[in-house]
Design a protein around this ligand. Structure first.
Ligand code: KIV
Ligand code: ZN
Length: 539
């Protein structure tokens, strides 16, 4: 018989504290509040909202989160000083569930080189600060900073002292990302046997990723008895980051047979939380990041696609919908085979067989070679032209001309010339606060498609001017854009020599995708009466 309390691992999210303090991930107060809402929707147990004494901005963010967010415990980090503990209590005051998290270095190197404290002084500081925190709030956590490099007997003394002073969670951080799964498993077993504590005290793990083992170490700590994992969305945190929340939660869920514990996280909100973080920090996770990277559920290689089409479990151990990802798991690209193309076309209402499949496959490979990924909208555009012989892309960029303002108050003006498959050359002018916005506006006027730019990305392939790029395409910029048109998102890509025309071409690509989808839908609506009409073979 399993005990739900013992088998439940608390997820303590430190995206807004350890994550936020890392270079490149700082957030404004508004951004922190937005992220805290995403974490509450994710149903984490604890949100470490910041370090109240660190700055007035941190204090205000914690206070705002404590005021608005209901559900998770809201926590503030504190050193052992009275001032820190009191600042935390004050910032947390509006929260219905609050925790003060007191930390102090316990390892010889922290004691001698940073704190200049004897073992006895460290113990005294722990007792006084935890007791003080406990006089202000009911829920106190103590962290023995650099616990992994602390002498075992002294670590036991520190954690026992914290528990005696009222700490209900005892955190054992691997502050420098040094431990290994075997070692941390064994340490938690040891602490479970030797630390004096009241029943119900929770051991917690907090691992950094300097050697790439934060997730493995956190999981091993759980096997050793830890019942709280400190982690951060997308794995952000000091230096190489913290244990990634999405990885550890999905590992516990997917391998419940091995770990036999549960979390309260609503995994369907993982993707949304990751996306919110990427937006507020302007730092998307790498494409190949486990769980939340753009490639995590994408199958491009032909042999994988064939397998996934027969049975998703051939190459997938989790379902994309489990993390709230509505994806076309099969990414069509230059490695995709005919099976994948035919299957995706079928899902879009096009039956491809025989000569039709051959022609579509040739056209598809040409595009895939040129732009890499062929998404549904792009494919629709290709398929709708395959029978009629109509050009796949009606719009093409001819010229971009930007006039920058002489005075500080004036806006840049963009003059854009497009080539249309039927109308020939079309030109328009627009002005906006930024040159790129002006160019996009001119294109949207010509295409008569009101669109909002949702995301822009650029990769620069550094080559000397005049030299061919290493990809042999003479390109040094790859741009990707996502447009929102009538509440739906469309992606566009382009490669080119120069940033500005490249972004404009990517915009045209995405807008053309939107146009193609709308045209095909209109055609399908007009011919909905029979099954043949639902598969527009003669479109
Ligand atoms: O890494 C660490 O030791 C910390 C503590 C403050 C918990 O972040
Ligand atoms: Zn840390």
């Amino acid at each position: 018989m399993t005990d739900p309390q013992i088998d439940r691992v608390r997820i303590f999210d430190t995206t807004l504290r350890d994550g936020e303090q890392a270079p490149g991930f700082s957030m404004t107060e508004t951004a922190k509040l937005r992220m805290a809402r995403a974490l509450a929707a994710l149903k984490v147990d604890v949100i470490e909202a910041g370090f109240a004494a660190a700055s007035p901005g941190d204090f205000r963010s914690i206070e705002a989160i404590a005021r608005e967010i209901d559900g998770p415990i809201i926590c503030s980090l504190s050193r052992t000083t009275r001032g820190d503990v009191e600042a935390s209590a004050k910032a947390l005051a509006p929260a219905s569930r609050k925790r003060i998290h007191v930390f102090l270095g316990t390892s010889p190197i922290h004691r001698d080189s940073k704190l200049h404290m004897s073992r006895e002084t460290v113990l005294e500081n722990i007792r006084t600060s935890v007791a003080h925190a406990r006089s202000l709030v009911d829920d106190v956590e103590f962290s023995a900073e650099d616990a992994i490099r602390t002498e075992r007997d002294f670590l036991v003394e520190c954690l026992s002292a914290a528990a005696a002073a009222g700490a209900t969670t005892l955190n054992v951080p691997d502050t420098v990302g040094y431990t290994t799964p075997d070692e941390i498993y064994e340490l938690f077993r040891f602490l479970g046997q030797h630390v004096d504590r009241p029943e119900g005290t929770i051991f917690s793990t907090h691992c950094h990723d300097d050697l790439g083992m934060a997730v493995a170490n956190s999981l091993a700590a759980v096997r050793g008895g830890a019942r709280q994992i400190e982690c951060a969305v997308n794995g952000i945190g000091e230096r190489a980051g913290n244990c990634a929340l999405e990885d550890v939660v999905m590992a516990l869920k997917t391998r419940a047979d091995a770990f036999r514990v549960t979390t309260g996280v609503d995994t369907k909100r993982i993707m949304a939380a990751s996306h919110t973080l990427a937006q507020v920090t302007n730092s998307p996770p790498p494409r190949n990041k486990s769980i939340v990277g753009a490639n995590a559920f994408a199958h491009e290689a032909g042999i994988h696609q064939h397998g996934v089409l027969q049975n998703p479990e051939t190459y997938e151990i989790m379902k994309p919908e489990d993390i709230g990802l509505a994806v076309e798991g099969i990414i069509l690209g230059k490695h995709s085979g005919r099976h994948a193309l035919a299957a995706r076309a079928k899902s879009l209402g096009f039956i491809l067989e025989g000569d039709r499949l051959d022609r579509a496959f040739v056209a598809f490979k040409t595009i895939a070679d040129e732009i890499g990924i062929v998404d549904s909208a792009r494919l629709l555009s290709l398929l709708s032209g395959i029978d009629t012989g109509a050009p796949e892309r009606l719009w093409k960029l001819n010229k971009v001309d930007i006039r920058s303002p002489v005075s500080a108050n004036a806006w840049p003006v963009a003059r854009i010339e497009l080539e249309h498959g039927e109308r020939g050359r079309v030109t328009d002018i627009a002005s906006a606060p930024g040159a790129l916005d002006a160019a996009f506006l001119a294109v949207s006027q010509m295409m008569n498609l009101p669109a909002r730019v949702d995301q822009l990305e650029m990769q620069y392939i550094a080559v000397d001017a005049g030299e061919p790029a290493p990809d042999g395409q003479g390109a040094n910029v790859l741009t990707e854009i996502t447009l929102e048109v009538d509440g739906e998102l469309y992606a566009g890509r382009a490669r080119g020599r120069d940033i500005l025309p490249c972004f404009v071409s990517a915009y045209i690509d995405a807008a053309s995708n939107a146009e193609a989808v709308r045209n095909v839908r209109a055609l399908q609506r007009a011919t909905t009466n029979s099954v043949q009409h639902a598969t527009p073979q003669a479109a």
